[in-house]
Design a protein around this ligand. Structure first.
Ligand code: AMP
Ligand code: FES
Ligand code: ZN
Length: 304
């Protein structure tokens, strides 16, 4: 198999793009394709200050690397979730710090245990909510809050096509209309205090971001979150990969089809969810007090 661009030995065959590429051509292709995605969805403008949420994993570190290569002004945010199992949160922090040093950019670290009084594993017991739901709420809260406090104009996450289509499938199977309305590679800012959110890797598969990370010698945390073992999202990813194997490009068609047709079948649903500011912390919420502050209050009552 030869590289379509230069004729060297190819390292990858991108079936859905009908393109085989060598190592030397893959990296620039990947960077260019990210820029095309950014432009297509008007994700980032020159002059934006981009806060990149990094987990220490391959996708978010690769994203920070590419945005940096493209010349955007970036800084990173790592949220320490207090997950001790095999040192998961500590190792992830260390990989994120190491990468920030490599590219010479600032990394902001938030420690959930210090801020809330309990880490994610304890919050699971205290709130009796599924761990990924408390974790997701906490991460979203801090991502937005730090972006507000530090004057970022855009918040970027490393979600890839596999993340997006598995979430989409889960949301459709359960008809989670509220989540479907919100699912998008770009969410605009809201004046109540929500920052613009973008997912510039939404068209890359997990394998493609992994290949970029490896070819760029980026040291990332390989361990998965211990709470993700057996998660439905992982099962869904596997099913979607089986579909992709039979019909190359199906994941992309599923995703694009949803984005293009979303307004047709969701058109009667309120476009804008009413938001106000949390009476305690000021962050946007649909209730008087936001879920994060309610969780914090619960921790206080249990710990005291
Ligand atoms: P996940 O929800 O774990 O699939 O991660 C999706 C994206 O959220 C990652 O690509 C990161 O951009 C961001 N993210 C996940 N975990 C963290 C974390 N602990 N700190 C900061 N950003 C994170
Ligand atoms: Fe949040 Fe695993 S990263 S529960
Ligand atoms: Zn609040």
């Amino acid at each position: 198999m030869k590289c379509r661009k230069c004729g060297e030995k190819a390292v990858v065959n991108l079936r859905e793009h009908r393109l085989s590429l060598c190592k030397g051509c893959y990296i620039p292709w990947f960077v260019d394709y990210t820029e095309k995605t950014i432009k297509k969805f008007r994700m980032i403008d020159r002059g934006d200050r981009v806060l990149v949420a990094v987990s220490g994993g391959k996708d978010s570190l690769a994203l920070w690397d590419v945005l940096n290569e493209l010349g955007y002004e970036t800084f990173g945010l790592y949220i320490h979730l207090g997950i001790d199992y095999d040192g998961y949160s500590d190792v992830s922090l260390q990989k994120s710090k190491q990468f920030a040093e490599r590219i010479g950019k600032k990394l902001v670290v938030v420690d959930v245990e210090k801020e809330v009084g309990a880490g994610i594993p304890e919050l699971r017991g205290i709130t009796r909510r599924p761990v990924c739901s408390v974790c997701g709420m906490t991460k979203r809260y801090y991502m937005n809050r730090i972006a507000m406090e530090l004057g970022a104009s855009v918040l970027a996450t490393g979600h890839n096509l596999d993340d997006e289509v598995s979430q989409l499938l889960g949301n459709i199977l359960n008809w989670n209309i509220d989540y479907l309305i919100q699912q998008s590679p770009v969410l605009p800012a809201r004046e109540e205090g929500l920052k613009k959110k973008v997912k510039p890797f939404c068209y890359f598969t997990e394998k493609q971001t992994l290949l970029y990370t490896v070819l760029r010698n980026i040291d990332y945390v390989e361990m998965e979150c211990p709470f993700s073992v057996g998660a439905t999202s992982i099962f869904n990813k596997d099913i979607l990969n089986q579909l992709e194997h039979r019909s190359p490009g199906i994941k992309r068609r599923f995703y694009d089809g949803f984005l293009n047709n979303k307004h047709v079948f969701l058109k009667d649903v309120v476009d804008e969810i009413g938001l106000r500011n949390c009476s305690n912390c000021g962050m946007p919420t649909v209730n008087e007090v936001c879920s994060f502050c309610k969780t914090k209050e619960r921790v206080r009552s249990v710990v005291q």
